[in-house]
Design a protein. Structure first.
Length: 376
């Protein structure tokens, strides 16, 4: 069972003078990121990105260090416009393939110089903290396979653009994984990976197959990039320990200095990931672990547009999926660890989170672990 955590501890230290119960995380402003990636993806798809930005209400100022501030809602609108404007390619996959960390080059250095894939995956919580607070990415392992699993914050998951976000993230994960593994990929038989989407099979499913060049499963129990577990700990040819350590230190300094708008949200997530026993408790226990009053934490979360109950539910969902991938862990043990009164209560909650029962999820994931990489 693997939990993605970082050695950067986010602390909720900035007082919020007032907050509104109507606050939305998607309406909060964030620094615009990935502009060069958007430009290259739009060019590949046959349209000028400037028109899409203007239609979505995004005005960029390159004279500012951040390149301008935008809301997540505006980015989603721009994404929708880009998909509609594409003529030669599918924009979400093009954006994932073109993505670079233009505002955080130290992350790219960390990935490129990682000694193993497992260590490179440590960057995922940093990326979430820097750019994508609505994103949950977890590493899940069975006996023979590993999967990078992507879920979204409930508010974003309800948006029509949510599938596009999942597609971008999985396309980008594949890109960086291929770049890091390089020639080592030749050591593994074809196919070397598989991609799973929870969404129903779309009309352009053939385009996904052509892009990923592997088995692509729709209507799957999770959104995931699946690959042989042996890839996780294989020594990478690009490993540069000194540069890797410097990049890690630079990321830590950047995160500690930037005081992200969603610092309280990230602090709660890290608390759940680092102290699973908090999943059994409530707001008071988490606030105590962070050294602040429960009302203060609640006020800050609401100011950031996130709800404690949603954060805890997502953390429980991630933990449940990780344990369900291990056949030896009983449903009763999972229920107890997550703080449910009994197995029935856990089953009800899991169905609410995923749409299927935990036993069905376990069966489908373990079956896919045997077959998904062996599909023609």
């Amino acid at each position: 069972m693997i939990l993605l955590t970082s050695n950067v501890q986010f602390k909720s230290t900035v007082e919020i003078a007032s907050w509104s119960s109507e606050s939305s995380s998607l309406s909060a402003t964030i620094p615009m990121f990935g502009v060069p990636s958007w430009v290259r993806a739009a060019a590949r798809c046959g349209f000028p990105v400037e028109a899409a930005f203007l239609e979505a209400g995004i005005e960029l100022d390159v004279n500012k260090p951040s390149g301008g501030m935008v809301t997540a809602d505006a980015l989603l609108r721009a994404l929708n416009v880009c998909v509609r404007s594409s003529t030669t390619h599918y924009f979400p996959l093009a954006l994932g393939e073109a993505y670079v960390f233009d505002r955080f080059p130290q992350v790219e250095s960390f990935l490129a110089t990682s000694p193993t894939m497992r260590e490179a995956i440590e960057a995922l919580p940093w990326i979430r903290a820097m750019q994508l607070p609505w994103l949950w990415v977890n590493l899940e392992e069975t006996d023979s396979e590993a999967a990078i699993v992507v879920t979204l914050d409930p508010e974003l998951a309800r948006r029509a653009e949510a599938p596009y976000v999942i597609e971008i993230v999985l396309a980008a994960c594949r890109k960086f994984a291929k770049a890091m593994l390089g020639r080592s990929l030749s050591l593994f038989p074809q196919p070397q990976h598989a991609v799973q989407f929870q969404r129903p099979r779309p009309d352009n499913a053939a385009m996904f197959q052509d892009f990923f060049l592997c088995h692509v499963q729709f209507g799957a129990p999770r959104n995931a990039l699946v690959f042989p577990k042996a890839m996780l700990d294989m020594a990478l040819q690009g490993a540069l320990p000194s540069v890797h350590g410097q990049a890690r230190q630079a990321i830590v300094r950047e995160l500690e200095a930037s005081k992200p708008h969603f610092a309280s949200t990230e602090a709660v997530r890290q608390a759940f990931e680092g102290q699973p026993e908090l999943l059994k408790g409530g707001l008071d226990e988490v606030a105590e672990s962070l050294g602040i009053h429960a009302r203060t934490l609640q006020r800050r979360l609401q100011a950031e547009g996130f709800k404690f109950a949603d954060l805890q539910a997502q953390a429980k969902y991630a933990r449940a999926r990780q344990m369900l991938s291990k056949k030896a862990i009983s449903m009763e043990s999972i229920s107890v660890e997550l703080g449910f009164s009994d197995r029935r209560a856990f089953t009800y909650a899991f169905k609410r989170w995923s749409g299927i029962s935990p036993s069905t999820y376990r069966t489908r994931v373990l079956q896919s672990s045997v077959t998904v990489l062996r599909q023609p």
